[in-house]
Design a protein around this ligand. Structure first.
Ligand code: IVH
Length: 700
């Protein structure tokens, strides 16, 4: 073929492949065969190999091409990625309408309803019709550039259909179908890898792969649901429905389960209609998103804190079932905590069979009044882990047995100690979901007893060499480091084979160590070693979380990282200045005591040294230098009307300031919201400067 002809043929092939891809992945057209698609792709690939001058990185065939990255680059969102406020009942929906009606002079508001997917929010940017960048939500302001991974999702168009706008930022959900998740989990189970609890975790885990090839294997999907920015559209956009229409016409997959509603009563009908088919819906969903359809009204209503006033997320209630507790077993956790596990008569809840649930701690059994043999109510929200919420004491026969925590560790026979660990302050606004929720038409009393933060008495195995404890710790460690190739079975195997004795050894594994093991081979050894190498770099927050310090979970670890910036600074404070740590917002004496004990222990220090020696690189938190709040410490008290406490904290830190949980002589300002507490009195007593919300906003 002549060059000109080759060029033409390549163009035709690309067009036809793009058309078939769209028909199959966006429009779900069943008459597209894989064979035809593959065959056209083969021809295109062959031609491009011979004529590399026709390569185009934005073209469809490059969906699975990108190189593995060292780390994801941070990107600032032009428009903040918001969250949604939840409503749990018809009543709350009507309350929402009443609130917004007060703010706009409108008696009749029209709404747009759509599915709330349980995946991962992403932002996609198109310039001159080409997909140029995709990012995760991150903290809403700054996300991570995952363009290469997103390019592998076949329902994301790399080229928009004409006529396309000059510039477009699309928001939507990357998600794994339930079917793909089941297949993936089966495969992971066979290979001894970690299982994903739900479609959201699966999507997040898949998109956080540094190697796009691994991401591509996960077969994710993408549904577009909003436009953050568009320049320019011929006919203009006046409603949320218009946005959906435009998204569809540009080639995005937009779910068909949507409704334009004249009033809340129609909204409720839609919610009920979808609820009936939700369990058969191919993707994980957790509710319905309701938007005020008129974009002008949306603008007037605006945003409060992290969420728009003009949108609400109706959350479907958790599904419940009753079953009998056949036994209560005891597991040993990563810090040696003994955790009771209820074993049930298997029962079906929210579409899957449940046969056990963690009871978290001894206190929980006491609070529930649970005995072995009891009939209990279990609850499962979507595909989240089930929990016991209530004991049906009237069903008792008298044969139920009281549970006793064993005196010896069930795994190693070591001595068990009861410790008063002190209640830990909840470390985030993401606490247990609403404690009493009224579902559609029925009242559900929902006790949130399952929060592990509420532990005050815990039982521990005191044997530092307890094998179960060490195994759980290894599992925790690799999951925080996101080394997905190393699931529980593989870790156990490596331990049994003597390849590793603890988590620090993971980073010394070589291909030659693994390949000779039965059922491994060159390829999988290579994948494992490559992934470990890729995950050596870790943020300080995740590193602290990975250490498995008692009471230091993800959120607390992040707070510590943001405050101290480096491991050295945290360690020196933990050893000398506990008072300093206790002052940090959300961190109480239980955490500082636990940090003190952790960093006092030589074995832990040696472990950290070995991790670093073996190549783990801890990224320090880049503090904004020269921010206008540098050197200032703020204390927040009461509720702010214009933003959540989380956001206020974020803003202060972003400007270089510190946020402390208690007032002292060193506090620069106390920001006072509505219903301020004792911190205000304390500030007045110490003569610390007090700012009301308006003054604070001005400073910001
Ligand atoms: S609207 C204002 N529409 O829900 C920000 N969000 O709880 C919300 N989500 O982060 C955008 N399906 O990841 C919207 N149809 C949908 C959605 C949806 C899922 C997620 C999204 C967001 C979260 C907020």
């Amino acid at each position: 073929m002549e060059k000109l002809e080759v060029g033409r043929r390549i163009k035709k092939l690309r067009e036809e492949i793009a058309r078939l891809r769209e028909a199959y992945h966006v429009e779900n057209a069943p008459n597209v065969t894989d064979d035809m698609y593959d065959s056209l792709n083969r021809e295109l690939k062959g031609l491009l190999e011979k004529h590399p001058e026709f390569n185009d990185i934005n073209s469809g065939e490059n969906r699975v091409a990108g190189k593995a990255l060292d780390k994801f680059i941070k990107v600032q969102h032009k428009t903040r990625m918001l969250s949604l406020n939840d409503v749990f009942s018809e009543e709350e929906l009507y309350d929402w309408e009443t609130r917004i009606k007060k703010l706009i002079n409108e008696t009749k508001i029209k709404y747009f309803c759509e599915i709330k997917f349980d995946g991962l929010a992403v932002s996609l940017i198109y310039e001159k019709g080409k997909f140029v960048r995709g990012a995760t939500r991150g903290d809403g302001f700054i996300g991570e550039d995952i363009t290469e991974n997103l390019k592998t999702i076949k329902s994301i168009p790399l080229q928009l259909r004409v006529p396309y706008p000059e510039y477009l930022e699309v928001r939507g959900e990357a998600i794994m179908s339930k079917k793909t998740l089941i297949t993936l989990n089966k495969k992971n189970e066979r290979e001894g890898k970690t299982l994903f609890a739900n479609t959201r975790n699966a999507a997040a885990g898949s998109l956080r792969q540094l190697d796009p090839k691994l991401s591509a294997e996960r077969q994710l999907d993408f549904f577009a649901y909003d436009i953050a920015e568009v320049k320019v559209v011929r006919q203009g956009l006046t409603t949320h429905s218009d946005k959906h229409k435009l998204l569809k016409s540009l080639g995005f997959k937009v779910d068909d389960h949507e409704a334009y509603c004249q009033n809340i009563s129609e909204v409720i009908s839609f919610i009920k209609k979808f609820e009936k088919i939700r369990s058969d819906f191919p993707y994980g969903t957790d509710g319905i998103v309701i938007s005020v359809d008129d974009l002008k009204l949306q603008e007037i209503l605006g945003v409060v804190g992290k969420a728009p006033r003009y949108m609400a997320a109706f959350k479907y209630p958790a599904e419940k079932a009753t079953t009998i507790v056949k036994d209560i077993k005891v597991n040993v956790g990563r810090t040696g905590t003994l955790t009771p596990l209820a074993i049930f008569e298997p029962t079906l809840v929210a579409g899957s069979t449940v046969s056990k649930a963690t009871l978290h701690n001894f206190d929980q059994i006491e609070r529930l009044g649970l005995k072995i043999g009891d009939t209990v109510v279990i609850e499962k929200a979507g595909d989240v882990i089930p929990k016991v919420v209530e004991v049906l004491t009237r069903m008792r026969t008298g044969k139920e047995k009281k549970f006793k925590m064993p005196e010896k560790c069930p795994a190693c026979g070591g001595k068990v100690e009861k410790k008063n660990t002190g209640a830990v302050q909840s470390s985030s606004s993401k606490g247990p979901r609403s404690s009493s929720l009224k579902a559609l038409g029925q009242t559900i009393s929902h006790r949130t007893l399952n929060s592990p933060e509420n532990i005050s008495v815990a039982f521990f195995c005191t044997n530092p060499k307890c094998p179960a404890k060490n195994e759980r710790y290894l599992e925790h460690f690799v999951s925080v480091f996101e080394i997905y190739e190393l699931g529980p079975k593989i870790l156990r195997r490596f331990k049994d084979e003597g390849l590793i004795t603890d988590a620090a050894d993971i980073f010394t594994l070589t291909k030659e160590d693994i390949a000779p093991l039965e059922r491994f081979g060159e390829k999988s050894a290579e994948n494992i070693v490559k992934e470990i190498e890729n995950k050596k770099k870790i943020s300080l927050g995740r590193f602290l979380w990975a250490l498995g310090i008692l009471h230091v979970g993800e959120e607390t670890a992040r707070d510590l990282a943001n405050t101290f910036g480096t491991l050295e600074k945290l360690m020196s404070s933990a050893r000398q200045d506990l008072a300093e740590i206790s002052k940090i917002e959300n961190i109480g004496p239980a955490v500082s005591k636990s940090l003190f004990e952790f960093f006092k222990d030589k074995a832990n220090l040696i472990f950290i040294d070995r991790l670093i020696l073996n190549g783990v690189k801890i990224e320090k938190v880049e503090k904004k230098k020269g921010g206008k709040f540098t050197g200032l410490t703020f204390v927040l008290t009461g509720t702010l009307a214009s933003m959540s406490r989380e956001l206020a904290k974020e803003k202060i830190i972003n400007l270089g300031g510190k946020v402390s949980g208690s007032v002292s002589k060193n506090t620069s300002y106390v920001v006072v919201g509505e219903e301020a507490g004792s911190k205000l009195t304390e500030a007045q007593k110490l003569g610390v400067k007090i700012l009301d919300e308006a003054e604070f906003l001005k400073m910001l």
